[in-house]
Design a protein around this ligand. Structure first.
Ligand SMILES: *[C@@H]1O[C@H](CO)[C@@H](O)[C@H](O)[C@H]1NC(C)=O
Ligand SMILES: *[C@@H]1O[C@H](CO)[C@@H](O)[C@H](O)[C@H]1NC(C)=O
Length: 232
């Protein structure tokens, strides 16, 4: 499929999902819909393996895309959604991820987005890794600033028994301070780009949960209240 046909295909696909997004795609200039978008680009320098905070233009192709029976899917199995945890105490996040050949990541400092997504020809699954990212939620009405996070860690080692396991805490701080938090997975290909899927209409490749972190006295009270409520 040549690139123009591919764009046309995407436009048609997008228009079956939402008319608004197909309209905005049509409004782009031909240069913006071309695979040479990065050549002599006045607004963006080339993506060069660094994580450039100013933005850049990448001409790495998207690469190998798995079939529908090998689409990535994640579920945070621990803690449970809505759980109340004790402040300043380490806890473990456990994630089930399917259809990903885990344990594959290139050097994020020098090889960020430098090569295409690769599918393992033995299993049909994408080579990659995942992340845990935790943010303090200050509002229920406005999305949190992605530059701010309470915890972030790449899950670079392979899954064990089908699960990623990450202790939440640091050498200087155990667990999280009190607050309402969102915990999300962030699945990535080998070279850190988000995993590319074969069809638009599908389940999400990532999962998020919300938890409450309270100081230990409050947690005891909440638990006692729950226990009493159960037995009354
Ligand atoms: C980002 O932009 C600033 C301000 O223009 C510049 O000083 C800096 O070198 C740029 N960084 C990179 C990695 O291009
Ligand atoms: C909490 O977790 C961090 C990161 O794994 C670790 O460095 C620290 O020693 C842990 N603290 C305790 C009390 O286990």
């Amino acid at each position: 499929m040549n690139s123009r046909l591919a764009v046309l295909f995407l436009v048609v696909l997008a228009s079956t999902i939402t008319l608004v997004s197909s309209q905005s795609v049509v409004d782009f200039t031909p240069a913006e819909r071309d695979n040479n978008i990065c050549k002599n680009n006045p607004d963006f320098g080339p993506t060069n393996g660094l994580q450039n905070k100013n933005g850049s233009c990448s001409d790495t192709v998207q690469g190998e895309i798995p079939d529908v029976d090998h689409m990535v899917s994640s579920l945070i199995v621990e803690p449970s959604n809505g759980e109340t945890l004790e402040a300043n105490k380490n806890f473990t996040v456990k994630i089930s991820t399917i259809n990903l050949v885990t344990g594959f990541f290139d050097d994020p400092a020098t090889q960020y987005y430098t090569f295409p997504q690769v599918v393992d020809d033995k299993t049909g699954n994408i080579f990659g890794h995942s992340h845990v990212t935790i943010q303090l939620l200050k509002s229920f009405d406005v999305a949190p600033d992605p530059k701010l996070f309470a915890f972030f860690k790449g899950l670079n080692a392979p899954e064990v028994d089908g699960l990623f396991s990450q202790e939440i805490g640091s050498a200087t701080n155990n667990g999280l301070p009190p607050g309402l938090y969102r915990i999300c997975t962030m699945v990535a290909s080998f070279a850190h780009q988000p995993t590319i899927m074969p069809v638009a209409q599908r389940g999400a490749q990532d999962d998020c949960i919300r938890i409450k972190v309270v100081d230990s006295k409050k947690k005891r009270n909440t638990l006692n209240k729950k226990r009493n409520a159960k037995f009354l």
